[in-house]
Design a protein around this ligand. Structure first.
Ligand code: URA
Length: 208
């Protein structure tokens, strides 16, 4: 698995702001979008280009265009929605595939309770977004689902990743690429990432 910890100063700075214990919902939401946007910039650096001749101000001019343009953004409910706009900012026509997963407290298995995947997923690059990669359970289940539907190319954007989640993901899906603003220290006994951001869903939606 290709793992890129993006060390760009803007990413480091903005993520540092997100770690403040007293951050407002508004600010957290804005920063989640901004960091997602910067991660998108890094993650799309290898998109293929093709040339096209268009009519310019002084006659024909040959310009570069992204080839195919077939991308689907995949936010994992609910916190992933907080990163979606940061990706769409750069690819406003991208289709959105939404996945909802919860963990059954008895079996500890990831259960898909909602999925709406765009058609022809086999021809698209999927950019999966979720702010926190903790144990990796819901990400692994999402990638299992996308692959079962025929998706062949997947990039994952994460704000903060735990080493435990990265290891689990590497074992389950060694073929994907992952971009994160930080690889933090560890998970605590409740499954929170340390130092982390706290509950990213609650912070994005203002539910705590
Ligand atoms: N989900 C969160 O929102 N935060 C964590 O630290 C771990 C999982």
């Amino acid at each position: 698995m290709k793992v890129v910890e993006v060390k760009h100063p803007l990413v480091r700075h903005k993520l540092g702001l997100m770690r403040a214990g007293d951050i407002s919902t508004k600010r957290f939401r804005e920063l989640a979008t901004e960091v997602a946007s910067l991660l998108t910039y890094e993650a799309t650096a290898d998109l293929e280009l093709e040339q096209k001749t268009i009519e310019g101000w002084n006659g024909d001019v040959t310009v570069d265009q992204i080839k195919g343009k077939k991308v689907t953004v995949v936010p994992i409910l609910r916190a992933g929605l907080g990163m979606m706009d940061g990706v769409l900012e750069h690819m406003p026509s991208a289709r959105v595939s939404v996945v909802g997963i919860y963990r059954d407290e008895e079996t500890l298995k990831a259960v898909t309770y909602f999925e709406k995947i765009v058609h022809s997923i086999d021809e698209r690059l999927a950019i999966v977004v979720d702010p926190m990669l903790a144990t990796g359970g819901s990400m692994i289940a999402t990638l299992d689902l996308l692959k079962a539907k025929g998706c062949k190319r997947i990039k994952v954007l994460i704000l903060v990743a735990a080493p435990e989640g990265l290891k689990a993901l590497e074992e389950a899906h060694p073929d994907i690429e992952l971009y994160t603003a930080s690889i933090d220290e560890r998970l605590d006994e409740k499954g929170y990432i340390i130092p982390g951001l706290g509950d990213a869903g609650d912070k994005i939606f203002g539910t705590k």
